[in-house]
Design a protein around this ligand. Sequence first.
Ligand SMILES: *Cc1c(COP(=O)(O)O)cnc(C)c1O
Length: 493
Amino acid sequence: MDYISTRNKEIVVTPSQAIIQGISTDGGLFVPVEFPQMSLKRIQELSYKELAYEILRLLLTDFSEKQIKDCIDKAYDEKFDTEGIAPLIQVGDDYFLELYHGPTLAFKDMALSILPHLLKASLNINNIKEEVVILTATSGDTGKAALNGFTNVDGIKIIVFYPESGVSKIQKLQMNTQEGDNTFVVGIKGNFDDAQNGVKELFNNMNFVEKLKENNYILSSANSINIGRLIPQIVYYFHSYIALLGEGKLRIGEKINISVPTGNFGNILAAYYAKKMGLPINKLICASNDNKVLTDFFNTGEYNKIRELHLTTSPSMDILISSNLERLLFHISGEDDELIIELMNQLSKNGYYKMNSTDFKEFYGDYSTEDEVANIINKTFKKYDYLMDTHTAVAYNVSRKYKKDYNDNTKTLVVSTASPYKFASTVASALGIGIEDKDEFEIIDVLSKKSNRSIPEAVKNLKDKTVIHKNSCNTEDMRSIVESFLKVGETHD
Ligand SMILES: *Cc1c(COP(=O)(O)O)cnc(C)c1O
């Protein structure tokens, strides 16, 4: 299986090379040249780990069986607080796919608990001896999940940039208390898009890349621009489908809808890839918060980032440039790499682009307002005793709107991306709990009593941890701060 760049199909790399590079040298993203087919009949009885193996072996063809199995064993172990890894909970007529049972309480753990191992194996396969520097931009959850996955991994350093005033208190504390000599965390004065652009620019800055090389470093990425993030995410879509088959809720081949709270378009793209690999999906529901660039795109064909970024109660989706949409456009346009270059140039020069003749009927895009988010958290808790976080609420609300407006009774999977405890103050307010003069941990206690659910260990532990990282910088200074962490000298040119 080869991978090609969305901006130049002639750039062809192996799976392990795609994972090491993170992003192609021309700025494009790596995609598989074809989508292998899964047989639903054959996978019905498989556990999460067995299913992961069946999917990964088809997409990571230059890994040995042993390498893939080792990666899977190291990733999906007791770090997850449930044996099923990704449990499915029925609420009314809908099913919540809970992806937040990993060590950092967000769905990013599903991929970032395995990516470090995939990267290590990739380095072995290619006989690479240089030290790897992972540069990561985060809207809050990727940062902690990546730090957690890569901490103390030999031969790899990780540097995380997050928007200083764009993450929740718990998210910030999770990152700034990260231990490990190889971890660096920096708050930037800007939003997530600024952080992501800054990182992408560093990847494409040949002078910088060369300088690192001279110092025996190579760059890689833990963001969902890295195909090694997306591939492990395909697994849980198939897994939830076979779970529904097992419970007799679906007939084999029956289609489902999947509603995904979307930011960088990674998670929903993994669902689209699952569809391409044979998962019966009717609609992919792309749910946004007030930053509804994608809603507008799916409804008009115009992608326009020239608008104010709203800081919402679902901060991990406060994004105006959804990087992985580039991959979808590539597939849907019949792999037209020249068109992709054109569109991406327009986006960076003018701030918008328009698609003419493209068909997005596999997708439905809509958004939830802040009031709708609070309302649905409250109502669902009262009616079903089910507590969800703000991101999940965005997706649930949009899926209900869609069902009603289109009179579609297809069974729906709502992708639940974070623990409600990660966004405790907002969730508590939505339930009508007074939060004035309570700190985040007191709010978590109240929430736990009210909902009768225990507090995850990862949140409890946080309370007594020491803040280790106190760095902060302007976006222009991202390069120099990276160079200072790596102790790479001044440039003399
Ligand atoms: C990252 C994240 C999202 C958005 O996922 P994308 O793959 O970037 O679209 C949604 N919810 C939570 C809680 C997240 O951490």
